[in-house]
Design a protein around this ligand. Structure first.
Ligand code: URA
Length: 249
């Protein structure tokens, strides 16, 4: 009888530098510097190449002689002010969101990004599966913004935003748009989108012949920024993590 051999199961291989960022212990840049400095061993052997393949189920990775352990999952909500970049380091030395979360105590990555001149709710986590889920357009996690426009908007302009406008990367999906108030020169809107394209709100407002003067993200799915002071952060509650499909330990 012919023996049927099962294909070998795929091993969970990762590059050494990725192992550190996946475990939530540091950025890939930091991991590269630790590896280059000779602080990392794989199965007792010094490895100085960040591209070395590691089998997470079999290989024993140590940093300064201590075995690598996955950092506890951390989820925080930052009220990002304008003027802060959603990146780790800026070649021009401008402030970044990392300047505001130093005491969070773990290596966290932003879930999506906000423009330099946008303020509001920004999630950061070391749970990569959670971040990928929240950003995945298929899950349509709604994002809510308050917007001040440079001109008063008519009902027709607002209806156009609701139905969807044509952008260079395709039409926008129907959005929930509420007029909050008007002044002689401006309109204040609340806008909820089920997608998150680059500079989407700014481009939508430009598509109806106005401009954004102020943009604040106030909610992401069921999570609201509430009365958190600007520039401050808090941990998500277990319910908030679960509501966005994460695993609260
Ligand atoms: N839409 C924008 O235009 N900018 C942001 O930062 C977020 C959404």
């Amino acid at each position: 009888m012919r023996k049927i051999t099962k294909p070998a199961p795929k091993r969970p291989l990762k590059t050494l530098e990725r192992v550190f960022s996946k475990a939530g212990l540091g950025s890939r840049t930091e991991a590269r510097s630790w590896i280059g400095a000779g602080r990392v061993r794989v199965n007792g052997r010094l490895v100085q190449s960040p591209d070395h393949w590691v089998d997470l189920e079999r290989d024993r990775v140590t940093l300064d002689g201590k075995p690598l352990r996955t950092a506890a999952k951390a989820y925080i909500l930052l009220y990002k002010p304008t003027g802060y970049l959603t990146t780790y380091r800026d070649p021009e030395g401008r402030p970044t969101v990392y300047d505001l979360i130093e005491e969070a105590g773990a290596w966290l990555s932003p879930v999506g990004r906000l423009d330099l001149d946008t303020s509001g709710l920004l999630l950061l986590t070391n749970d990569t599966a959670f971040a990928e889920r929240v950003m995945n357009p298929e899950y349509k996690v709604p994002k809510t913004y308050q917007v001040k426009t440079a001109t008063p908007l008519s009902d027709e302009q607002i209806e156009h935003l609701r139905r969807g406008v044509a952008l260079s990367d395709g039409p926008t999906r129907p959005a929930t748009v509420t007029r909050l108030r008007d002044s002689a020169k401006y309109t204040y809107l609340e806008l909820t989108l089920a997608e998150g394209r680059n500079r989407q709100v700014r481009r939508m407002i430009e598509a109806v012949d106005s401009k954004v003067l102020k943009l604040v993200r106030t909610a992401l799915g069921p999570i609201r920024i509430g009365d958190l002071p600007i520039g401050k952060w808090r941990r998500l509650t277990a319910e908030e993590v679960r509501a966005l499909g994460g695993r609260a330990d």
